[in-house]
Design a protein around this ligand. Structure first.
Ligand SMILES: Cc1cc2nc3c(=O)[nH]c(=O)nc-3n(C[C@H](O)[C@H](O)[C@H](O)COP(=O)(O)OP(=O)(O)OC[C@H]3O[C@@H](n4cnc5c(N)ncnc54)[C@H](O)[C@@H]3O)c2cc1C
Length: 366
């Protein structure tokens, strides 16, 4: 016998699902969320929590940059509303690892400044005044003062609390294995029960339990390492480092630890931690911060970033029924979370998706 789930159902209580869930409660609705594991246990809490539009958009990705900037603007208000999410407006650094990397980092800075972002060039000695543990080998880099970061686990906890306090329901360890349209409702089946809802959001990231979607999601593995940090001044802001041959790495300060990241690997839905991945992360971090040598490693983990073929976010509305898919948040789902939540809820309630999200409507509906 199906259980009446209510007006709004959300499959996947990750970054997108929790954000949409909270926005629904702010509109007086009481959604029911289903997660195959624990809320936020997918890519969300595997992430570094960087809010870094300046360094995330590539030259040809202007719509993504606009969406990231619009979302970042909302974070201060979000943090004030939600409580402690570890939100810090620290700025972010991007370093050239070798002299031959300098033109690339400077060219990016010119692009970012042309888009109206505040980014400045700092020579090696200036950088070392701000980041005293930086290797003297680093030739220079840029600083974007408007960037920030959050602690994904705290963000997850605050969203869960806010949804539950407002009457929403979150069911953990409840995978949805099939979705059927029965009359004017959706019937969502778990291995032990079924639930009926009127409006459905499908926010599964990399989908589990073989749930079908009308588009393909590619899992992009990111391996990460947390190391001990007892001195908050040791690393005052996230630092990204670039080399033409080895690509990007980063170090992100959190409370009592530093996250070193991250690999970007297309290996299917395999969250393994590998010798090569760990070696790449540590080799790059050690080159930038030689003092790391004696640090204790606290944890290794890997997460799967949900990517579309174009690597852009994807919004898809079922033409026949009120089912809304939000996916493809790839490397930026934490940064995009406020805009995604507000936008998807507005789409479902009023039929309008905000202008910044319209470029990401699935091509057969744009
Ligand atoms: C290593 C790494 C570092 C990152 N760093 C950053 C960063 O610094 N800044 C940033 O902005 N972003 C970052 N990201 C990206 C960000 O974490 C993702 O874009 C975001 O979490 C995607 O959100 P989502 O809700 O689509 O997917 P997820 O957060 O993965 O949530 C999907 C949820 O759906 C559930 N689910 C799946 N199938 C089912 C089913 N059949 N039934 C019920 N539940 C189901 C899963 O259990 C999961 O909880 C990083 C990601 C990784 C992996």
């Amino acid at each position: 016998m199906p259980v009446k789930g209510g007006e709004f159902g959300i499959i996947g209580a990750g970054a997108a699902g929790l954000s949409i869930g909270w926005q629904l409660t702010r509109q007086g609705k009481a959604p029911i969320l289903f997660d195959a594991n624990l809320p936020g246990g997918g890519a969300m809490t595997a992430s570094a929590g960087m809010l870094s539009p300046a360094y995330e958009a590539e030259y040809e990705e202007l719509p993504l940059l606009r969406a990231m900037l619009a979302s970042r603007e909302r974070y201060r208000e979000w943090a004030a509303q939600l409580g402690d999410i570890g939100y810090v407006e620290s700025g972010t650094y991007e370093l050239a690892l070798l002299p031959e990397d300098v033109p690339y980092v400077q060219r990016r800075m010119e692009f970012e400044v042309a888009q109206g972002l505040r980014v400045q060039w700092l020579e090696g000695p200036e950088l070392r005044q701000r980041l005293p543990h930086l290797s003297p080998r680093i030739p220079g880099g840029t600083y974007a003062p408007d960037e920030g970061h959050v602690i994904p686990e705290l963000l997850r906890d605050r969203l869960v609390e806010a949804i539950q306090k407002a009457g929403g329901i979150i069911l953990s360890h409840t995978p949805i294995v099939a979705v059927e349209r029965v009359g004017s409702v959706f019937r969502l089946s778990t291995p032990c029960a079924s639930y009926e809802v009127e409006v459905l959001f499908i926010c599964t990231g990399v989908p589990l339990q073989g749930l079908n979607q009308p588009f393909k999601v590619y899992p992009i593995r990111g391996q990460m390492i947390a190391i001990e940090n007892l001195d908050p001044d040791w690393l005052p802001a996230p630092v990204r480092y670039f080399n033409k041959l080895t690509g990007y790495g980063y170090a992100v300060p959190k409370r009592g630890y530093i996250i070193l990241g991250g690999t970007t690997e297309e290996k299917g839905a395999d969250p393994s931690i590998t010798v090569g991945g760990v070696l790449d992360i540590l080799r790059r971090a050690y080159y930038v911060f030689p003092d790391l040598y004696e640090r204790r490693i606290l944890r290794f983990w890997a997460g799967l970033r949900p990517a579309t073929a174009s690597r852009m976010p994807l919004f898809y509305r079922d033409p026949e029924a009120p089912a809304y898919y939000v996916n493809g948040l790839y490397r930026n789902g934490i940064l995009l979370l406020p805009l995604i939540g507000e936008g998807a809820v507005q789409w479902a309630l009023d039929g309008n998706l905000p202008a910044e999200l319209q470029p990401f409507v699935h091509s057969d509906q744009a």
